[in-house]
Ligand binder design. Structure first.
Ligand code: ADP
Length: 368
């Protein structure tokens, strides 16, 4: 496991002082893939460099399996760094070395015998599905294969932490999917803690167990992927799973975004809601899929002529979190943010006057 504690990094002094990372705290458990996302300039590369101590943090700690790496001397650090394998966007392979020789590189520095090295390199290339490419040079491999060689090399010293710094960012979607599958396999088979730094939201959705959003050096939101996707009010959840535009919203006088808030939401909740409210429910948009073994979905529903408090309460009874975005001009107009169980908030908001556009979104989520 890796713990980042109160980690800060500043560059410059006086008027030119820039705080690039500000007091970051997070942990990546053994067997967990923890993604850090953020826009360009958020501090992701700096974080990666501080985690493997290529850059010394200005303050705070990087603790790997209980050992505080930030307090070690350069000599001690060279040894401790073996516990962190790193893969970069650029595979960084030596063009004049074969795949096998590239993987062997970290072992060369350890003075391992030739026989041991051959055995270990063979195991590693096999592990990443490239046993047959051992004698190939980087230019004879695809981008995805080169990245696999990079992963094999990162694993050569049997690290417990794998740091992936935009490792899939230069790859096509198929290669990205294959690398993501490999990382998940390695996480499970080798009990790795994987810190996956990227700007690609789609990849996070495929790979992460947990996610943190970095912005201007701060973690602005974090949590388990499924929890974030489940939360109708999570900005990060919404960024990870953008909601598509909906059709027909103008016909309904209120549009709701709903999320499965309980593990046992009934599959026919739309029918149940319609029966309870005695009105038709328009499903304006929806998507349901499996994420990390949980069923996560989004739906947008339109409801005409029912008091928002009643809708909110009924959704709550069905185990759904809900957000009322808009009501059409014909009825009282309001913008409400509430979980379906928080009827008081919905009631207060319903009394307010606000926007006119009718667009509501519903996120539907349920753990299988
Ligand atoms: P990201 O990887 O998210 O794009 P970076 O970590 O590369 O972000 O950079 C974050 C901020 O830190 C940027 O504003 C960048 O200009 C600044 N920065 C990075 N390295 C240095 C440095 N050596 N000296 C001064 N500022 C730096």
């Amino acid at each position: 496991m890796i713990s980042i504690e109160k980690l800060s990094k500043e560059y410059g002094i006086g008027a030119s002082r820039t705080v690039v990372l500000d007091n970051l705290d997070f942990q990546v458990a053994t067997g967990e893939i923890f993604a850090v996302v953020g826009p360009s300039g958020a501090g992701k590369s700096t974080l990666a460099q501080c985690v493997n101590l290529l850059e010394r943090p200005t303050s705070g700690s990087v603790i790997v399996n209980g050992e505080n790496l930030s307090q070690l001397s350069e000599k001690q650090l060279r040894i401790a760094r073996r516990r962190i394998g790193t893969i970069f966007q650029s595979d960084g392979l030596f063009s004049r070395r074969t795949a096998a020789d590239n993987v062997a590189l970290p072992l060369d520095y350890l003075g391992v015998t030739a026989a041991e090295k051959k055995k270990r390199v063979g195991e590693l290339l096999d592990r990443v599905g490239l046993a047959e490419k051992a004698g190939h040079y980087p230019h004879q491999l695809s981008g995805g294969q080169r990245q696999r060689v990079g992963i094999a090399r990162a694993l050569a010293l049997r690290p417990s932490i794998l740091l992936s710094d935009e490792a899939t960012s230069g790859l096509d979607p198929e290669s990205t999917t294959a690398i993501v599958a490999l990382l998940k396999e390695l996480r499970d088979d080798l009990d790795l803690s994987i810190l996956f730094i990227t700007h690609e939201m789609d990849t996070v959705l495929q790979v992460a167990d947990s996610v943190a959003k970095l912005d201007h050096g701060h973690i602005v939101e974090s949590g388990s992927l499924v929890t974030l996707l489940r939360d109708a009010n999570s900005a990060l959840g919404q960024a990870l799973r953008p909601r598509r535009g909906v059709e027909g919203a103008a016909a309904a006088d209120s549009v709701w975004f709903v999320g499965y808030d309980a593990p046992d939401v009934r599959p026919d909740w739309v029918t149940a809601l319609a029966a309870e409210l005695s009105v038709p429910i328009s499903v304006l948009g929806a998507s349901i899929e499996s994420v990390n073994g949980a069923t996560v979905g989004h739906a947008t529903i339109g409801i005409a002529g029912v008091d928002p408090q009643r809708v909110s309460a009924a959704l709550g009874r069905l185990g759904l979190s809900a957000r009322l975005d808009h009501m059409a001009p014909a009825s009282a107009t309001a913008t409400v943010t509430a979980t379906a169980t928080a009827t008081a908030a919905a009631a207060a908001a319903a009394a307010a006057t606000a926007t006119v556009t009718a667009t509501v979104t519903t996120t539907l989520e349920h753990v299988a």
